[in-house]
Structure formats: structure tokens, C-alpha cells
Design a protein around this ligand. Structure first.
Ligand code: SAH
Length: 289
């Protein structure tokens, strides 16, 4: 289907900026998403909109649960997907949930295996949605994350670069709390850059499709001070790590840094996730003295 046909199908629907409604109208981008969906998958789609991705998902996946907050979009979503299911050979267990994703416990949708999440999400809540899906860094038993195997996510291109950035990245500003949150629990890769003209209405910036494969275990040891150490290290980007940590009232900062072979004058964005784990462990030890 070409872009004009998609646009014709939403004629008369007033898209809501406040809900971040930018519908995907580029079939090649939708096809790319489908490459990562298998017939045995239980898919949860976040922010299904009028269903341009959903109507394809129901043709391919075993089950699809579409979460959407907007009643008006749901009316069209329902029609589009019913039509799609009618024309499908195998049945798909399809459900629409009218709800705010940030208030939705995803574990309730898990059947015999972990869920695959597909989300061309409203960009204004990208970070809260990621935090909701992945849980905080030290939140080992997060119910949502434990129910998910993979997330296929559309985000602004700038955010995609932050999600995959590391201490070795060329543009060091990309590496921060979001990078660490994502990579702590998942293997993250950019699948494809997607032009802003692939959406209706076109947003101001380009996007990218990103894949997060969730790991059962965190990449490094989770220590009691881990989250606090990372947050403090990135709190003031102009300051060196020693000052950042001292400002956050950690004790024995110099000793802890030295014991981990970390230069007192370096900055948070030069430390790897492993460095943060080691450092938080050393700081925790110091706090007990
Ligand atoms: N996935 C669709 C729609 C993308 S637009 C497509 O690709 O065409 C993002 C959608 O998220 C909108 O339909 C918007 O109504 C919905 N949305 C916004 N905030 C939401 C929230 N908190 N919970 C669930 N859905 C939300």
C-alpha cells in the first residue's frame, strides 16, 4: 500500500498532537517491523493508533494485544483489524485494551512464553515507557521486564543514538542514563533509520527502529549503591566524577575511585557499565567503615 492510500484511510480523523499521534504510513517500515515477528509470538502493541501496524501484526502473530488510550482511534483500529483477521487463514487471538500504557501491568498478558513488544510510541513519553518496560537498573524482579523477550521500538533518531551509545561513543553526549538503563537489561541495536515522511502527520525529526533483546540477567553485578552512583555520576556533566560523587554525599570517594583505578578527574560519561558496578561496590564498602 502506498503512502497516499494510508493517508486516504485516515482522512476525517483528527490526529491529536497532545497524544503524540504520528501514524506510520510507510509500508516498507511496517514490513521491517514484521521481519522481527514470528508466527508463534504473543505480541503486545503499545499505542496502536488506527492500526496500520496492528492490521499486519494480526496476520502474522499468534496473538496481538493492542493497547491504545484514544477512544476515537480505537473505533478505526477495531474495524481495520477485524477486516484483516477475516481475511487471514489462521486465527489470531486479538484484543484491544483501552488504557494508559504507563498504568498497564504487562505480565497479565503473558501466556506460555515471554511477550514481544511492538511500539511506535508517542515520543513525548519515550523515557517513561522505557522505564516502565525495563524497570529501574536495580529492580531485579520487575514484573514487566520479566514478561518480555524483545522490544521493537520506533523512537526519534536522536534517542536511538542515545540508546546504543557507550563510553566509547564518538559523540560522548549521547551516553547517559538512558543508554545505561537500556543496555543494563538488553542488547540494543538500531535496525533502520526511518524518515520523518514515513509518518502522518510528519513529525519534525527523523526516527529509527530499534531492537532491544531482553536478557534474563543484568550485565553486571547489581549492588545496593548502583543506581545512586550512576545518577550522581551523570548529575553534572561539567564536573569531574570526584566532585559529582562528593556532592551526592558519598563517603571515601577518593579511595573508592583509586581502588577501582578510575582517574579522579575523569567524567561519568567515560565510565563503562562495568566501571559503575565496581565503583558502586567500592563506595558501598566505604559507607560501612
Ligand atoms: N502505532 C501506530 C500509532 C502511532 S502514534 C502507528 O504506527 O500508526 C502513537 C499512539 O500512541 C497514538 O495513537 C496515541 O493515541 C497513543 N498513545 C499516546 N499516549 C498513550 C498512552 N499513555 N498509552 C497508550 N497509548 C498512548
Amino acid at each position: 500500500m502506498d503512502k497516499e492510500s494510508y493517508i486516504r484511510r485516515v482522512k476525517g480523523f483528527r490526529t491529536k498532537k497532545t497524544l503524540g499521534q504520528n501514524f506510520l504510513i510507510d509500508y516498507s517500515a511496517i514490513e521491517k517491523i514484521l521481519e522481527y515477528v514470528d508466527p508463534c509470538d504473543d505480541v503486545v502493541e503499545i499505542g496502536a493508533g488506527v492500526g496500520f501496524v496492528t492490521e499486519e501484526l494480526v496476520k502474522k502473530a499468534k496473538s496481538v494485544t493492542a493497547i491504545e488510550i484514544d477512544k476515537d482511534a480505537i473505533k478505526i483500529l477495531e474495524k481495520n483489524c477485524k477486516f484483516s483477521i477475516l481475511n487471514k487463514e489462521n486465527s489470531c487471538d486479538f484484543k484491544i485494551i483501552e488504557q494508559d500504557i504507563l498504568k498497564t501491568d504487562l505480565s497479565q498478558f503473558k501466556k506460555d512464553k515471554e511477550l514481544k513488544i511492538v511500539a511506535n510510541i508517542p515520543y513525548y513519553i519515550t523515557s517513561p515507557i522505557l522505564a516502565h518496560l525495563l524497570g529501574e537498573i536495580d529492580d531485579i524482579n520487575n514484573k514487566n521486564r520479566n514478561s518480555i523477550s524483545e522490544i521493537i521500538l520506533m523512537v526519534q533518531y536522536e534517542v536511538a543514538k542515545r540508546l546504543v551509545a557507550s563510553e566509547k561513543s564518538e559523540n560522548i553526549k549521547d551516553y547517559g542514563l538512558l543508554s545505561i538503563l537500556a543496555q543494563f537489561w538488553a542488547d540494543v541495536e538500531i535496525i533502520k533509520k526511518v524518515s520523518k515522511y514515513s509518518f502522518y502527520p510528519a513529525p519534525k525529526v527523523d526516527s529509527a527502529l530499534v531492537r532491544l533483546r531482553i536478557n534474563k540477567n543484568p550485565k553486571v553485578e547489581v549492588t545496593p549503591f548502583l543506581r545512586k552512583t550512576i545518577k550522581a555520576s551523570f548529575s553534572t556533566r561539567r564536573k569531574n566524577i570526584k566532585n559529582c560523587l562528593q556532592n551526592a554525599s558519598f563517603l571515601g570517594v577518593e579511595d573508592a575511585l583509586q581502588s577501582c583505578n578510575i582517574d579522579l578527574n575523569t567524567r561519568g560519561e567515560k565510565l563503562s557499565i562495568q566501571d559503575f558496578s565496581n565503583l558502586s561496590k567500592a563506595l558501598y564498602e566505604k559507607s560501612k567503615n
